[in-house]
Design a protein around this ligand. Structure first.
Ligand SMILES: Cc1ncc(COP(=O)(O)O)c(C=O)c1O
Length: 368
């Protein structure tokens, strides 16, 4: 596709403005560097090894993944991989231990069962896997709920063969309010983190790594004392939700779905060829916002409704009257799930395609 004009492309197709992405990568890398924070981007947003390589070139210290497929694909470009997902089940552990031996691997976990099974299998395979004890600091997903539970798990990780206790991890994904209103939630997070860190230090298992960070809270990370590493993912592309909570500017949106207007028959709306199978049906979690995406060039025009292959643009807040065949660029509510629906990402500059990447870490099968 490289060398083609956007007007020549078959739609819907996922496009990435390469200059906006480069600016996003540089901004986060500069921020982390200037505050002495290690940067370990979560690659679930792009699932593309070339883009992980770009993040590493911009100063990332390693990458974060969720799935074994992602780890297998990223092993081609990254030497330090954190699997921020509990390695539960024999199949998952076998696949983890089959990753190339030169990699520095670590996992997040929150149970003695997961820890013991991993340690036994790793010791038998002659490998050592780093362990971060996952803390629940308000997300309510994975993570130990109390400092006592964290201490018990850290102590066991520090003594078992096959694993090396490296520290703690949390995900502040529950903090989704507009950036200017995050103060109270960040203060609660700090108080909870302090309780965990104090207990771990007193018990002789002080964490060397304290891994946190998300895109909505990324630029507040230096205010969280004790944090050593951040794992933002969305930031390289951003999305409508990120912009709606002021965690990025509209000009920082690097990813859009290029779509074609296919019908204007029903008054007050236009139909595009990007539906839930190109944008995803994620709701927007931001005050006063609705719909499943918005036009990059006309944010007041939102995708009001979706079928699988149809998106309905609401024209009630615009004078713009599109014609059948017009191209539009849609900013999805949640970029990670939209990317996951596409086989390729096209890098664009102005109206031309300058890069063409396979989203190689999609799916769950073992990477070839
Ligand atoms: C464990 C973990 N770390 C980091 C991230 C990245 O957060 P964000 O998408 O807000 O950048 C995620 C996102 O789901 C996550 O689950």
């Amino acid at each position: 596709m490289t060398g083609r004009e956007l007007t020549e492309l078959e739609t819907p197709t996922a496009v990435v403005d390469v200059d906006t992405m480069a600016a996003n990568l540089a901004r986060m890398a500069d921020y982390a560097r200037s505050h002495g924070l290690r940067l370990r981007p979560h690659i679930k947003t792009h699932k593309t090894p070339e883009l992980a390589a770009e993040q590493l070139r911009h100063g990332a210290d390693g990458v974060t993944v969720a799935t074994l497929r992602e780890a297998e694909v990223m092993a081609a470009v990254a030497e330090d991989i954190l699997i921020a997902y509990p390695p539960v089940g024999r199949a998952r552990i076998e696949r983890l231990l089959a990753l190339p031996p030169h990699l520095r691997l670590s996992v997040a976990l929150d149970s003695h069962d997961a820890l013991r099974a991993l340690a036994a299998a790793a010791a038998a395979a002659g490998r050592e896997i780093g362990v971060l004890v996952e803390l629940d600091l308000g997300m309510g997903r994975c993570g130990v709920p109390t400092p006592e539970a964290a201490v018990a798990l850290a102590k066991e990780a520090a003594t078992l063969d096959g694993v090396a206790y490296r520290g703690v991890l949390f995900y502040p994904g529950h903090i989704r309010e507009p950036v200017a209103e995050q103060g109270p939630a960040l203060a609660r997070l700090q108080a909870d983190l302090d309780r965990f860190r104090t207990a771990l230090a007193r018990a002789g298992v002080e964490p060397e790594v304290v891994s946190g960070g998300s895109t909505p809270t990324a630029f507040a990370s230096h205010r969280i004392s004790g944090l050593t590493e951040i794992r933002p993912g969305t930031y390289l592309f951003n999305d409508r939700t990120t912009a709606a909570i002021d965690a990025c500017a509209w000009a920082d949106l690097a990813y859009t779905v290029l779509a074609t207007v296919i019908s204007t028959g029903v008054p007050g709306q236009a139909v595009i060829d990007a539906g839930s199978k190109a944008l995803s049906r994620e709701e927007i979690r931001a005050p006063g916002a609705s719909g499943y995406g918005a036009l990059l060039d006309r944010p007041e025009v939102v995708v009001r409704a979706l079928s699988e292959e149809h998106g309905i643009l609401d024209l009630s807040r615009t004078d713009w009257r599109p014609r059948v065949g017009d191209l539009v660029r849609i900013v999805p509510n949640h970029v990670c799930v939209s990317v996951n629906l596409h086989e390729r990402l096209l890098g664009v500059r102005g109206g031309s395609v300058v890069d063409d990447w396979a989203v190689a870490a999609r799916g769950r099968e073992a990477a070839p």
